[in-house]
Write a protein that binds this ligand. Structure first.
Ligand code: SAH
Ligand code: SF4
Ligand code: F3S
Length: 442
C-alpha cells in the first residue's frame, strides 16, 4: 500500500491541496506513482462546483477499479465532493471506494491509508470534519516546478452566494499568518520560482491580526527573487481601495484583476446574494480604469440562474459590452445540494435557453478578447519565459506578460524563468505573438 497516484479536479485551490497531500504522504513513507497503472492507491481530489464535475468523478471511479492491468487498487476520495457527498459515496454499494478525506483532513491521510490494512468497515473510514483553524501552514507543498508557485493565503468562504456549494464543502474562512506566507515565498524564491499567485476564495476577506490583503501583497513583494505577484479572486462587493492603490503602484504586482460578475441584473445579483448592484459593479470597474487604464480584467459569469429573464440576460450582455473583459469563464447554472438556491429557487430556466445564452456570451467574449488582444499590437511588454517550446512547435517559446496573457516568441536561448522585452506583433483571441527586443536583467 505504498504507491499513491493523485488525480486533481476543479480549481487552483484543489491543485494546491494536492501538493499539500503529496508532502503529507512523502513525509509518512509513501511514494508517488507516475500513473494510475503502477499505483496501489488512487486518490481523486474532487470538485463539486457544478454537476458535470461530479459526474466525471463517478465515471473515473469505475474505470480505475476496472483498470487494464486487472490488479486490485484502493480508491480514496478527497476534496469538495468528500464533504458534500460523503453519504452517497460511502453508502452506495456499487461505488468501489475505500475511504474519504475532506479538505481539512489531509494530515489524517496516513491513518486512513493505514486502516485499509486492517479490518475497518469502509463506511467508517472517512474524515470530513471541517476546521475553523486548519491552514496547513506547517506543510510545505510539493509543487511541480515551472516559473509560478501558488500560496493559499486563506481557506474557506463565508459569503454564501446562493448558487455556490463552496462554503459547505470548504467551511469557514480563515487566514494564514503573514510571516508564514512570506517565509513560504522566500523558500519558493530560493528554489527558483519567479512568480507567486496568492490564492483564496475571497482574498478581500484576508485578515490576520490586523494585517489586510493589501499589506500582505506588499510584504510578499519584498521577497527577493520573486518578480511577479498575482492573486485570485477578489469579490466585487468589498474591493478595498488601498488594494487598488497597491496594485497600481507596486511594480511587482501584476496589473490584472479577476472580478467575478456572475450576472448583470441587480435583481438576479440580489437573489444570488452577491450584495452588489450592477451599478456598483460598473462603478468599481470605472474606478479601476481611472486608477490604471490598462488593467486587464477577467470575470466569471453564470447564465440561467433561476428566474433569469431574457431582459435580465441582456443586462449581462450590456455589462460585458461596457467592461470589455480580456477573458471570461462562462457557466450554465447548475443546481447544487444544500445551497439556498436549491432549497428556495426551482431551476426553471430551460436547458435550451441556458445553451443559447452561453453560446451568445461566448461569441461576444471572443470578439472582446480579440479586440483587447489586438490593441496590444505595437506595444512593448515584459515577458516571463515559461516554456522553451510551445505545444505546437519547437521553433517557438512561450511566456506571459504582466496581464497573464500568453506571448509566443521565436525560439532563442533566453532560458525559462528569465524576462525579455518583446514587441507585440500579432494577436488572436487566445494569444499574443511578438519578437524579442532585449533580455532583461532580473
Ligand atoms: N470564490 C470564487 C469562485 C469559486 S467558484 C469567487 O467568488 O470568485 C468559480 C466560479 O464557478 C464562480 O465564480 C461561479 O461563476 C461558478 N459557479 C459557482 N457555483 C456555480 C453553480 N452552482 N453553477 C454554475 N456556476 C457556478
Ligand atoms: Fe462561492 Fe461566492 Fe464564496 Fe465565491 S464568494 S466561493 S462564489 S460563495
Ligand atoms: Fe474548487 Fe471545485 Fe471545491 S471549484 S473549491 S474544487 S467545489
Amino acid at each position: 500500500m505504498k504507491k499513491v497516484f493523485i488525480e486533481t479536479y476543479g480549481c487552483q485551490m484543489n491543485v494546491y491541496d494536492t501538493d499539500i497531500v503529496k508532502s503529507v504522504l512523502l513525509k509518512n513513507g509513501y511514494q508517488l506513482a507516475e500513473n494510475e497503472g503502477e499505483a496501489d492507491v488512487v486518490l481523486l481530489n474532487t470538485c463539486s462546483v457544478r454537476d458535470n464535475a461530479n459526474r466525471k468523478v463517478y465515471n473515473r471511479i469505475h474505470n480505475i477499479k476496472h483498470r487494464k492491468n486487472g490488479e486490485p487498487v484502493h480508491i480514496g476520495i478527497l476534496g469538495c465532493m468528500a464533504t458534500n457527498f460523503r453519504k452517497q459515496l460511502l453508502e452506495n454499494p456499487k461505488l468501489p471506494i475505500d475511504f474519504i478525506a475532506g479538505p481539512d483532513s489531509y494530515k489524517r491521510l496516513p491513518q486512513l491509508l493505514e486502516a485499509l490494512n486492517g479490518s475497518a468497515k469502509r463506511s467508517d473510514n472517512f474524515d470530513v470534519t471541517l476546521s475553523e483553524f486548519e491552514t496547513y501552514s506547517d506543510v510545505y507543498p510539493t509543487q511541480t516546478g515551472g516559473v509560478n508557485a501558488w500560496i493559499a493565503v486563506m481557506r474557506g468562504c463565508d459569503n454564501f452566494c446562493t448558487f455556490c456549494v463552496v462554503p459547505y464543502t470548504r467551511g469557514r474562512e480563515r487566514s494564514r499568518e503573514p510571516v508564514n506566507i512570506v517565509d513560504e515565498a522566500r523558500r519558493l524564491a530560493s528554489e527558483g520560482y519567479r512568480q507567486i499567485t496568492l490564492l483564496g476564495q475571497n482574498v478581500n476577506s484576508y485578515v490576520y491580526e490586523g494585517t489586510r490583503f493589501a499589506e500582505l501583497l506588499e510584504q510578499v513583494g519584498e521577497v527577493d527573487g520573486i518578480e511577479r505577484i498575482r492573486f485570485t479572486s477578489p469579490h466585487p462587493k468589498d474591493f478595498p481601495r488601498p488594494l487598488l492603490k497597491v496594485i497600481a503602484e507596486n511594480p511587482k504586482i501584476c496589473k490584472q484583476i479577476h472580478l467575478p460578475l456572475q450576472a448583470g441584473s441587480t435583481r438576479v445579483l440580489d437573489m444570488m446574494n452577491r450584495t452588489y448592484s450592477r451599478r456598483e459593479y460598473e462603478d468599481l470597474v470605472l474606478e479601476i480604469r481611472e486608477v490604471y487604464p490598462e488593467m486587464v480584467l477577467t470575470t466569471d459569469i453564470i447564465v440561467g440562474f433561476p428566474t433569469e429573464s431574457d431582459a435580465e440576460f441582456q443586462e449581462t450582455l450590456e455589462v460585458m459590452e461596457t467592461v470589455q473583459y480580456d477573458s471570461a469563464f462562462i457557466f450554465k447554472y447548475s443546481e447544487r445540494p444544500q445551497t439556498v438556491a436549491q432549497r428556495k429557487f426551482p431551476d426553471d430556466v430551460p436547458e435550451a435557453i441556458k445553451t443559447e445564452r452561453i453560446v451568445r456570451l461566448n461569441e461576444v467574449q471572443k470578439e472582446h478578447s480579440l479586440m483587447r488582444n489586438r490593441a496590444h499590437i505595437g506595444q512593448i511588454h515584459e515577458v516571463l519565459i515559461e516554456a522553451e517550446e510551445t505545444k505546437k512547435s519547437s521553433e517557438e517559446i512561450q511566456g506571459r506578460n504582466d496581464g497573464n496573457k500568453i506571448v509566443i516568441l521565436p525560439a532563442g536561448d533566453y532560458g525559462t524563468g528569465n524576462f525579455v522585452r518583446a514587441e507585440i506583433t500579432a494577436a488572436t483571441t487566445n494569444v499574443l505573438k511578438g519578437r524579442v527586443l532585449s533580455v532583461l536583467d532580473k
